[in-house]
Write a protein that binds this ligand. Sequence first.
Ligand SMILES: [Zn+2]
Length: 351
Amino acid sequence: MSARIEFGSEKKRARLHDPRKGFAEVDVESEVRRDPLTGNSARICHFALKATRPPDLGEIVRATREQCPFCPERIEGVTPRFAEELVPGGRLRRGGALVVPNLFPYDDVSAIAALCPEHFHAMDAMPERVVVDGLTAARDFLQLAARRFPDGGGYGIVTWNYMPPAGASQVHPHMQVVATADPGNALRRELVAAQGWRERYGRPYLEALLEAERAGPRWVGEQGGIAWLVPFAPSGLLGDAMAVFPGRAAVTELSDADIAGFANGLVRILGGFAAHGLWSFNLCLMPDAFGAGADRQWLVARLLPRFYLNPVLHISDASYMHLLLEERFAMIHPEEVAARLRDAWSGVAEG
Ligand SMILES: [Zn+2]
């Protein structure tokens, strides 16, 4: 059976009498799409919203600087140390990044990577060095932590909540690095679906996806072998993006060149979203298990810009729809998001 990606979608039409048009009868269109791998549905609707300009981030930066636990004059004194058997010396430094235990752990092995000495970097000016140092430190830490799972079944997950709309409790750039046997519901379901795909078609789903999407309306670009595109079934209200690491299953397998290529692509994409008024995001590197090999599922990074629907009222962009029904929705078509990101991508390349 050939591995054909199905991009399933259905248009919906709500009929109503619109008071803004003298109560004329109108049809309001929305769309439901299905993720080609998992079948998860996502909606595209309510196209009126645009991101507003960010608030005065200077004020947020100033107010948090004085007590920041990750700033250089404080980090050694207020962050914990690992047990020697996990991390010799208690902490792991790579360039400007420092990996320390999370004082509020999520699992047996739960770390924070403070990415840089600087307290703040704007989303449209994130230095590649910050991403490279952070991911290098996370990779090297996970290589130590993976030894806790000698029989497989462990997952090394790297996430980044950037700025308060994304749930970050610290402004200072930092990632969470967790090694766990319990990778979370979304990743577990995705891996089950990827396993099924592999068994049906004899190759990784993401290989087929890249073939289907390359140079199409949702394709953004490729850097250092790492491909960036916008998912067919969206997850962000104002867009999202994903990066695929061909032939790599886990963060622990990344070479220095992979990390450099990813960092270069990521800062372009961040700049592309920032150019449309966004100033916060979640990033999650979703792996297969340590030592799984790249036959089942390749490593994916998912980037989800976050914002306040109304910055004065602090209206969150997550609601019952996301948290209770597990239904994503977007206010912009993925193809339009990709077009915007392609502009930003080539702009940097020329500059
Ligand atoms: Zn700081």
